[in-house]
Design a protein around this ligand. Sequence first.
Ligand code: CA
Length: 230
Amino acid sequence: MHVLIVEDEPSLVFTLKDTLENEGYKVHVTDDGQAALDFIENEVIPDLMILDVMLPGISGFDVCRKVREKKLMFPIIMLTARDQEIDKVTGLNIGADDYITKPFGVKELLARIQARVRRASTYSKVAAVDEITLGGDTVLKLNEGRVERPDGSEELTTREVELIRFLASYANEPVSRDALLENVWRYEYSTNTRTVDVHVSKLRTKLEVTPDDPQYLVTLHGVGYMLKTG
Ligand code: CA
């Protein structure tokens, strides 16, 4: 497990590096944003990045945005100054997975890292899947963003593909609306559980033979949704 710390405050870097190494992580450190991008490009693609917002040169937000533009999806936890609520929204909108406000306890950060790593390993299993077959004759070609049904083919949006991938990582298990908001929408500004319901309805018109009586993407009342595969 390689962790990249991007932070220009030496005492914080010292504490984080020491703590993470004691937990068995291989820790790399850069103290500015461009150096971080160069490191990722030329040295090691980390399994997780801890990224300060306020950095000399390019900001943590720009680093995050550039990483996601390259389609690198390792978890990013951003460090923000106290009370920068706007930073939280911005960070999650540009593809950060989590944020933590300074000053923070090392135990709290470790817990966040472990939660992200667990989730990432579940997710990456499914991220590598190209095809999911539903009910024997409906094929989700995720890399091509397409559903093939006996009666024709439908295009999927990027968000729909993400939604399917997340549901499929818990195939045949219930997934709550909150989990979908957190992981597929990353708490984007002005989204709520209704957003999830609207997208699920739209997706059903593409996956299901009878969208009003879904067989694959089913509602579990009071719980959430479940994708039935296999
Ligand atoms: Ca800083």
